[in-house]
Design a protein around this ligand. Structure first.
Ligand code: NOJ
Ligand code: CA
Length: 547
């Protein structure tokens, strides 16, 4: 049987350039990440997802690629990357890469050739129109920053399509030659030893590209082909899609339980992310219970990937205007904290006013939701953002290791850092760093270590069935996860006032329920007919376990 390792994984997302610099050029590198592998191992993450590592002008955090087969020299050589993979493997940590094939950089040799010559073999690798397309001003992913999705190219003498920035022309993924190339890219990295991919912008990748096309007609068959071809090469490959789509549509990305189509294994739970944000803002469980109830049943191979924050803005685009406004008011009231008319460009810790109880509550919610948790580097110590940096760069600052020069990230001159470290306010590296938190047994970092290790003993969370118990007041979420080997109960109090929850269930339990984790010490006694919960409190309770 194929081992579904990704169902019980804990994923750590990191940008190599921002983690640890070893050659003093002000840019993090492969050797630096390798040197911090023991830190990650101790933290308890099982998989690292690297943001793009390829050659790129890096006008979009490396998502603007000029060579999918290489590594950016600023990070090191291919040899350094191999050593990094070896170092991870030695510690039982898997590596996933970003597969960014919806578009390339406009500096990519394919695009350069395509735009300069109508008879170039690469011309049809991109999407052109001789006349101004009717949907020129529709469908921008970065509204407010980009005005159009088709831009006139003087050199090409034609309009080219780009859903993202104008310097990221869309590949013509309807072209069989482009599809073959995508497979070739993915296969090459699998051969190198990576365990899977986070696939960028999947809904755009499989939408029809022609001017004025009906964008709802997605080609899901390509996802099946991709999955099938890659699993021939590596049976337990994991494909994790960035696809912010409604529940019913999400089914199409996963494929069907009857085996008629197996497509991707994981999708980021964007809908759940927005529900958690709304629940935290309104201090009500309902957004979460409602969303959980609406999530489609998944086939056996499939899994959600849960997250609170990632390297982009908090995307609130699927909330109603009133709901979105409530989240803005609570977590990003200044217009400068907001982005693309739909999101918040902040880290979680400042969104929650650095309030430790609310932070733990938020992560406890994430870690008990159905799915594989993904966390963003630096969130384990509660890093903040730098709003002086443009767009999403605000949340992409160097890792804060200690309170010495450049936060221990680099020995370079501060002026030579690619991105400045945060050295001001309550989230500056003097206040928030790994070394201080390592020394403090009550720190957020130590809490993260504990919770991530606990997660490994609770496989029903990642792989089990989740069910809401309607037993608490509106500000309390009570849910249960049941797996092949046991069952767990979770209580979360979204409000700041304490309460008692009559869970019941006592009669159903063969043994004595066991307190696993909680926000504070609730004493020896655990009575399921009246479970105590402090304000913003949470409790994980093991109901039963079979050997
Ligand atoms: C989604 C990525 O998460 C984002 O950072 C990037 O800008 C776009 N895709 C374009 O690749
Ligand atoms: Ca470096």
């Amino acid at each position: 049987m194929v081992q579904r390792w990704y169902r019980t994984a804990a994923v750590y997302s990191v940008d190599v350039g921002l983690f640890q610099d070893t050659n003093d050029d002000g840019i993090g590198d492969f050797a630096g990440l390798l040197s911090r592998m023991d830190y990650l191992s101790r933290l308890g993450v099982t998989t690292i997802w690297l943001n793009p590592i390829h050659p790129s002008p890096r006008r979009d955090g490396g998502y603007d690629i000029t060579d999918h087969y290489g590594v950016h020299p600023r990070f090191g050589s291919m040899g350094d990357f191999t050593q990094l993979l070896n170092g991870a493997t030695e510690r039982g940590i898997r590596m996933m890469l970003d597969l960014v094939v919806n578009h390339t950089s406009d500096e990519h040799p394919w695009f350069q050739s395509a735009r300069s010559d109508r008879s170039s073999p690469y011309r049809d690798w991109y999407v052109w129109s001789d006349i101004e397309p009717p949907d020129r001003f529709e469908g921008q992913v970065f509204p407010g920053v980009e005005q159009e999705t088709w831009t006139w190219d003087e050199q090409a003498g034609a309009w080219y399509r780009h859903r993202f920035y104008r310097f990221e022309p869309d590949l013509n993924t309807e072209n069989p030659a482009v599809r073959a190339e995508i497979l070739k890219i993915a296969e090459s990295w699998l051969r190198m030893g990576v365990s899977g991919f986070r696939i960028d912008a999947v809904p755009f990748l499989i939408e029809p590209k022609r001017p004025g096309a009906d964008l709802s007609k997605k080609d899901y068959a390509f996802l099946h082909e991709l999955r099938e071809r890659l699993s021939w090469l590596q049976g337990d490959v994991a494909l994790l899609a960035e696809a912010n789509v409604p529940g019913e549509e999400a089914r199409e990305y996963f494929g069907y339980a009857d085996g008629s189509a197996t497509r991707l294994q994981m999708l980021f739970a964007f809908r759940l992310n927005q529900a958690i944000m709304l629940a935290l803002a309104r201090q009500q469980a309902r957004p979460i219970t409602q969303t959980l109830a609406e999530l489609p049943d998944l086939p056996r191979h499939a899994q959600w990937a849960t997250f609170l924050r990632n390297h982009d803005e908090v995307d609130l685009g699927r909330l109603t205007p009133e709901e979105r406004q409530d989240v803005f008011n609570a977590f990003g009231p200044d217009p400068d904290m907001q982005l693309y008319h739909r999101g918040i460009r902040r880290r979680l810790a400042p969104m929650l006013d650095g309030n430790r109880r609310r932070l733990e509550l938020a992560y406890s919610l994430q870690f008990t939701m159905p799915g594989t948790p993904v966390i963003r580097y630096g969130d384990e110590i509660g890093m903040g953002e730098n709003l002086a940096l443009p767009e999403r760069e605000a949340i992409r600052t160097p890792m804060q290791w200690d309170d010495t020069h450049n936060a221990g990230f680099s020995s370079a001159d501060p002026g030579d850092l690619q991105v400045p470290v945060i050295d001001f306010g309550p989230y500056g590296y003097q206040q928030v760093n790994v070394t201080d938190q390592r020394r403090d047994p009550h720190s957020l970092l130590v809490w993260f270590e504990r919770i991530l290790h606990t997660l490994r003993e609770c496989e029903e969370i990642g792989a089990g069935e989740h069910e809401i118990l309607e037993v608490g007041p509106p500000h309390v979420l009570v849910h249960r996860a049941t797996g092949d080997r046991g069952a767990m109960l979770f209580l979360h109090n979204l409000a700041d006032r304490p309460c008692q929850v009559p869970v019941g269930l006592q009669a159903e339990q063969p043994g004595r329920p066991l307190a696993v984790v909680a926000d504070s010490d609730y004493g020896e006694k655990l009575d399921l007919d009246a479970v105590e919960l402090a304000g913003h409190g949470y409790r994980w309770i093991r109901l039963r376990k079979h050997p």
